[in-house]
Design a protein around this ligand. Structure first.
Ligand SMILES: [Zn+2]
Length: 55
C-alpha cells in the first residue's frame, strides 16, 4: 500500500494500492490555500474553482 501524505499539513490522504511506501501529495485544503496564495490579492473574492474529482 502506498501511503500518501500532504506535504503541507501532513494529513494522510487516500492510500493508493501498490508497493509499500510513502509519497507526498497535497490535500484539497492546502491546494486551495496555495492557489489563493499564488493569486494576487486584488481585493476580489476567492476564486470559485471547482475541483472535479472522480471519486
Ligand atoms: Zn494539507
Amino acid at each position: 500500500m502506498l501511503r500518501r501524505l500532504c506535504a503541507w499539513c501532513g494529513k494522510e490522504l487516500k492510500p493508493k494500492p501498490g508497493p509499500d511506501g510513502i509519497t507526498h501529495s497535497i490535500c484539497p485544503t492546502c491546494h486551495g490555500k496555495i492557489l489563493a496564495d499564488l493569486s494576487p490579492a486584488t481585493g476580489e473574492g476567492p476564486p470559485s474553482n471547482s475541483d472535479p474529482q472522480s471519486n
